[in-house]
Design a protein around this ligand. Structure first.
Ligand SMILES: [Zn+2]
Length: 87
């Protein structure tokens, strides 16, 4: 029950940019982590403020991990047409 270290402040993520209309590298400007529960049932949320390295646009990204789900739920604001993780 620990977040990926590459999700933290200063790291680079490939995220779809609504301005560039494609996946671009985004720098994580700030990352916050919040987890609840016990060893059996738990939820972990990661909140990130990210900046596109192509157009400097700022976005908000959140990742939610549930103990019962294999895949994290990823949300981006503003919303993208294609949201990663929903394939
Ligand atoms: Zn961009």
């Amino acid at each position: 029950m620990s977040a990926n270290p590459h999700e933290s402040t200063g790291s680079i993520l490939e995220v779809e940019c609504s301005c560039c209309k494609k996946k671009t590298n985004h720098k994580v400007l700030a990352a916050f982590e919040n987890s609840k529960g016990d060893e059996i049932l738990w939820i972990e949320n990661i909140f990130q403020i990210i900046q596109c390295l192509g157009c400097d646009d700022i976005s908000f990204r959140s990742e939610s991990f549930f103990s019962e789900n294999a895949k994290p739920e990823i949300q981006l604001y503003p919303n993208r047409e294609l949201v990663e993780g929903n394939a």
